[in-house]
Design a protein around this ligand. Structure first.
Ligand code: ADP
Ligand code: MG
Length: 590
């Protein structure tokens, strides 16, 4: 079984464990808390550190909780809200759809216990809700609002003031609190202004929750929300044992669609999934292609109007649309527990973003698949897109993940290490998918660096460099003539090596802007020189397995691809699917 990491404030020496200091006592017994869990929420037991967190927030301490998506963050404030009634819990949540979900959920558990205040609401309902909140016997335990409401609405402020005077403010909850921080994804400027809650009501404890792990995000949030200096920090393991991770090679657009269709048909013929794409255009194309293959898919991105978005979301929630093909615009606020697969048509911006996006699968705990389709060609494309973004540096974490080409264990190990859980990586780190092997590519790496140096006065893009490297050795510069890639390497292997050099910072990308486009040029870093000269430096890379050497080079390269593909799709399949696979094979030319 996966090891559990339950760090209570101990991830950083600056936040000693709350249990180690004089912690104010939780005013409710474990027995009372567990009774409420069973009676009001109809759940049997707490997960991981839920009880500890609930006790800490009930004791009045500020808490920052990092818990994976689907981990059960809502219970952390729903349960105290029930216990402390008629005190009121104010929950700030970034999206109307999330607010709606939460409101329904809470009212299912405890009828009439939850109201929301959103901008679209009529004044009458607004006033009716407020008078229910003011009424001590009104049964309201929780109020849900958007961040805008918090700092814009004087009404809210004065109502909270009245509650505070009656000692009826239980706690402030900031859901998806990473939205306040511009380093993370989903940055929402309005979130930072929630700090007025602390300024106006300094005695009310704050509970900030998120699934975003970075220390930077946590430190920023603590500052922005003015958490007390001794706030308790809880994190639970990022491991999602029910998710199966894999990286699959992406040779061409047609190839990916075909593999996706086969994958969905065989593994999840009737379950919902998401496909993430690089651009709106890709989303449209992929959705169309999936539809032509008989899979009910819709594309979802920022060009689609609000009504269409809602329709697509709802029909997917009802399992009428099987697959939503989306840009990352489809993210925050998806609350479907039974998503069985998340396929990435291309790389995410960071490994953490990949973890979040793929983590939308399997929130109900049942086995689900997370597949990344990777082509080294996508690397310059993505570099272009994220150029200038604040976390562009972290793209390398994503590329390393894609390049390692691992099996589930290796993927999981890398993800967990990236989330700051090194202990989880001890076993299985070397697990490679069975279609690849580790190869020593040192000499080829040196050759390509020499070649790039030779052309340092030209603007070399990755395709140009590959072409130059793979030209007829007779006409090629000496470094290539002595060590041509042809015998050993497919074009895609060559691209992988170049990306490997980028990851190892022997090559660096430079983005140049033209009138129409951004172009990524490659150049050697100073480290490249020592790599070429050194006889110790080595570079190994997982590459698709070589097959027995037969025939000439040209036929060989297509054989490699066929073998890859046969292995790729070697899962049991009906003869009709196998037939389709075979027919499509000759198309594979990128
Ligand atoms: P998130 O951490 O992403 O906000 P939620 O709070 O929406 O997750 O919870 C995800 C699911 O887990 C919900 O269906 C919730 O009912 C369930 N859940 C939470 N706590 C427990 C528990 N202790 N036992 C069983 N199910 C739980
Ligand atoms: Mg949540």
């Amino acid at each position: 079984p996966p090891r559990r990491v339950t760090l209570v404030g101990s991830a950083s020496p600056y936040f000693p464990s709350p249990t180690a200091r004089n912690m104010p006592k939780c005013p409710y017994s474990t027995h009372d808390i567990t009774q409420t869990l069973r009676q009001s929420f109809r759940l049997q037991s707490f997960r991981e550190n839920q009880l500890e967190i609930i006790q800490t927030t009930l004791s009045g301490k500020d808490c920052f909780v990092l818990m994976k998506t689907g981990g059960g963050k809502s219970l952390l404030y729903q349960l105290p809200a029930v216990l402390e009634s008629p005190k009121i819990t104010l929950v700030v949540s970034p999206l109307l759809s999330l607010i709606q979900d939460q409101e329904n959920q809470m009212n299912d558990f405890v009828p009439h216990s939850c109201v929301s205040f959103t901008s679209g609401m009529g004044a009458e309902l607004h006033n009716a809700n407020w008078s229910r909140v003011r009424d001590v016997t009104g049964g309201v335990m929780m109020i849900l609002v958007t961040p805008e409401k918090v700092f814009k609405s004087n009404k809210l402020k004065s109502e909270l003031q009245k509650l505070e005077e009656q000692n009826r403010l239980g706690r402030f909850v900031i859901d998806e609190c990473h939205c306040a921080c511009q380093w993370g994804h989903d940055f929402r400027p309005d979130y930072a202004k929630i700090s007025v809650l602390r300024t106006h009501f300094p005695r009310v404890p704050i509970l900030a929750v998120t699934a975003t792990a970075s220390d930077q995000v946590r430190e920023d949030c603590a500052k922005i929300f003015q958490l007390s200096s001794d706030y308790a920090y809880f994190r639970s393991t990022a491991n999602r044992p029910n998710l199966k991770y894999q990286v699959r090679p992406k040779e061409s657009a047609a190839d990916v669609i075909q593999d996706m269709v086969a994958f969905i048909r065989e593994n999840h013929p009737r379950s919902a999934g998401i496909v993430y794409t690089y651009s709106r255009k890709d989303a449209d194309t992929v959705a169309r292609d999936l539809c032509s293959a008989g899979i009910v898919a819709e594309s979802y991105h920022s060009d689609i109007n609000a009504v269409q978005k809602r329709d697509i979301h709802e029909s997917w929630m009802r399992n009428e649309t099987q697959v939503v093909v989306a840009t990352i615009a489809f993210g925050l606020g998806i609350n479907k527990p039974d998503v069985r697969f998340v396929l990435h048509h291309t790389l995410s911006k960071t490994l953490e973003a990949y973890y979040q996006e793929s983590g939308r699968a399997g929130r109900d705990g049942k086995p689900s698949d997370c597949v990344l389709y990777y082509s080294p060609k996508d690397v310059p494309r993505m570099i272009r897109m994220i150029d200038g973004e604040s976390n562009a540096d972290l793209f390398v974490t994503m590329v390393k993940y894609a390049q390692q080409f691992g099996d589930d264990k290796a993927c999981r190990a890398l993800i967990l290490r990236n989330m700051g859980e090194p202990n989880q990586t001890l076993e299985g780190c070397q697990g490679l998918s069975d279609m690849v092997e580790k190869r020593d590519v040192t000499s080829h790496a040196a050759t390509v660096l020499q070649l790039l140096q030779l052309h340092r006065n030209e603007n070399m893009t990755m395709p140009m460099l590959v072409k130059c490297w793979r030209q007829n050795p007779k006409q090629a510069p000496e470094c290539v003539r002595n060590n041509p890639p042809g015998k050993d390497l497919t074009p895609s292997d060559c691209e992988r090596i170049i990306v490997g050099l980028l990851v190892n910072k022997l090559i660096e990308p430079n983005c140049r802007y033209t009138a129409y486009d951004t172009v990524v040029y490659l150049s050697c870093t100073p480290m490249a020189v020592s790599f070429i000269k050194s006889n110790k430096a080595r570079m190994t890379l997982p590459l698709p397995k070589k097959i027995a050497k037969t025939g000439k080079m040209s036929s060989k390269s297509s054989e490699v691809k066929e073998t890859d593909n046969a292995k790729l799709t070697k899962r049991k399949r009906s003869s009709s699917t196998a037939g389709r696979e075979k027919k499509a094979l000759p198309m594979k030319r990128s």
